[in-house]
Design a protein around this ligand. Structure first.
Ligand code: 13P
Ligand code: ZN
Length: 263
């Protein structure tokens, strides 16, 4: 037991996904980050805890997450360690009433991920849109990052259409496809801005030559979206390594899926 039953369930899900990221080879060293909005799970005991830090600037003003609580992977912390000891490798933060600073609430002085501007901007937008999403993930899948080194795949919706055509599941379970954010400095506000720009249209965003971000109702569903895209990329790469360009499902077959499953 870490906190209370509901919050522990979420922390256990985060640890579960952190383990998958490591096993998949997507999380070298401290690569990748996870944040989950846990405001609904925070009880009075946690709410009344004194912060262990002075307010720290986020770098932007995010009005929709005022007073909210987030569990965040710590910066420089490893996913494989987050999987085994989530509380030593992550912390709970609270957004201050000015919507421009946060405080660390957890026992451990674990500084949140360097991608906090992007993560909090995504949460801010999810609250604003009212989609009920609570989780955001960023990771470094080898296959998808490799594809982002080809300028053709960075053109609007080229990669979505290619990956959808590899296997029906990708069309069904990543129905919005993948948006593209051109290369920006990791951890920067410009990366945060271009990410939320893409998020208006997509649930998954490629960070050119860096990684992928995804959002979802919970961390398992956010992970699943990247997993189905990576599976499709693997099928494409496997066919190419066998010496042929895969045919891909036809436009008609993709349309049939869209109609059949109301995508
Ligand atoms: P953090 O260790 O600060 O979370 O950074 C990892 C990363 O992937 C940056 O893009
Ligand atoms: Zn990264």
């Amino acid at each position: 037991m870490y906190y209370n039953e509901k919050l522990d369930k979420i922390i256990n899900e985060i640890a579960e996904v952190a383990g998958y990221l490591w096993e998949k080879g997507w999380a070298e060293r401290n690569g990748g980050n996870i944040t989950v909005n846990v405001t609904d799970e925070v009880d009075d005991a946690l709410r009344s805890k004194k912060p262990i830090t002075e307010p720290i600037a986020i770098g932007e003003v995010l009005p929709h997450i005022k007073g909210m609580f987030f569990f965040c992977k710590g910066t420089n912390k490893r996913m494989r360690d987050l999987a085994r000891r989530p509380l030593d490798n992550g912390s709970i933060i609270r957004i201050c009433d000015d919507c421009a600073h946060y405080e660390i609430i957890a026992e451990n002085p674990v500084k949140p991920t360097s991608e906090l501007p992007a993560h909090l901007s995504m949460h801010n937008q999810m609250i604003e849109s009212g989609n009920g999403y609570k989780a955001a993930i960023h990771t470094h899948p080898i296959d998808l990052v490799a594809m982002s080194h080809n300028p053709h795949f960075l053109e609007k919706d080229v990669l979505s259409k290619l990956l959808w055509s590899m296997i029906p599941e990708t069309r069904a379970f990543c129905p919005k496809g993948i948006g593209i954010a051109n290369y920006e400095l990791p951890g920067s506000l410009t990366l945060a801005k271009s990410t939320i720009n893409q998020l208006k249209e997509y649930d998954v965003v490629m960070w050119e030559k860096h990684g992928v971000c995804a959002v979802g109702p919970d961390i398992l569903e956010a992970f699943d979206q990247i997993d189905v895209l990576s599976k499709a990329a693997q099928i494409y790469l496997t066919a190419k390594s066998m010496g042929f360009v895969p045919t891909g499902m036809s436009e008609g077959q993709l349309q049939e899926l869209k109609d059949a499953f109301n995508l």
